[in-house]
Design a binder for this molecule. Sequence first.
Ligand code: RFL
Ligand code: PHB
Length: 390
Amino acid sequence: MKSVSVVIIGAGPAGLLLGQLLRTSGIETVILEQRSPDYVLGRIRAGVLEQGAVSLMRQAGCSERMDKEGIVHHGTALMVDGEMHRIDFRELTGSSVLVYGQTEVTRDLMDARAASGATTIYDAEDVSLSGLDSTRPVVRYRKDGVEHEMACDVVAGCDGFHGVSRRSIPADVLKTYERVYPFGWLGLLSDTPPVDDELIYINDPRGFALCSMRSQTRSRYYIQCGLDEKIEDWSDERFWDALQARLPDAHQSRLVRGPSIEKSIAPLRSFVAEPMRYGRLFLAGDAAHIVPPTGAKGLNLAASDVYYLWQGLKDFYHHGKSDGLDGYAEKALARVWKAERFSWWMTTMLHRFPDQPAFETKMQKAELAYLFSSRAAMTALAENYVGLPY
Ligand code: RFL
Ligand code: PHB
């Protein structure tokens, strides 16, 4: 049977970043990914990186293009009742975020892994895990119709929300916490200049909207939509009209329309699985938790999990100590729950809920009025948005 130190399940940002960081520490990995590289790169997702994630890309030796092309944002705007309020990250926290797409992060990590000669097995079917409660787990998969098995010391479950890793933890060990929101985000990507230099989060009676970007020439926009909406019913024209109606007056005439490069609907969910470790299996990223995208935290949480796991694995392989791995789940979850709170708070404050009682609308308005009147409250938002410390 083949054997490797660490098997990583999933070649999303969590799996690829962990692979590169472990490589800098001389720890050998094999990544198993059920999809093709093109499929992985075709998913348009996150756009905002915290400094912690930026720093990990640098430590992984994958920051050349990010440092050149990423756009530093020192603040963001919230639009409520037709009025724009700017949250100044730099003034309130001394920090900032970097706008650099998840697609680009993934591409840079994939390229670096390919150049390093480390093994990534794409189109790996029917991955299954066994012996997780022993010191020598075995991972099985099928590739081009041929069955394979691999022994390892540790399995890193980086296979996202629908992956096999979390499902391999016995049901009587795993506890899950979940909130499903009664709306989704309809997103559109287009090669048009963004409507503003910074992101704008909009609370509008017609529903939430977000103006984001990938570069000076590529925009990413989202509008809140019902869960029963079908993407086929949304022509580009219909999307642009709905977005424009939610924009502040001054921005309506500035909006540049263009054909969509990508258009998709994402449901919104908060989800946490505890513990994030079972024997020699360690979950990281969306495999263990989901946040609604309103706080831009999903990819960034994957990065902080990977950081803690990397530290634990270095201690294990270089110093023969398992304290880091033993404390992994608790450390990661402490940060996860704070990001869950922030994402839930931003989502609740900025969206229109179906059949929202008048009392809830008043509460939202009071929350927002307080936020803009209090430097302390704005600092709390800014501190969470730029990212809590690892
Ligand atoms: P991923 O990216 O889902 O990757 C998991 C990989 O595992 C593979 N896989 C398997 N491989 C082998 N065997 C199996 N059985 C497997 N099952 C699955 C999958 O094919 C995939 O390649 O998880 P990862 O690496 O944990 O990364 C998490 C992030 O992708 C996610 O949290 C973010 O995209 C969330 N997110 C955002 N996060 C931010 O930090 N900032 C943002 O601005 C932001 N915006 C967003 C977002 C997510 C969105 N959607 C669509 C959910 C905006 C949106 C619209
Ligand atoms: C994005 O650009 O895709 C994006 C930005 C900020 C968010 C969510 C998504 O809060």
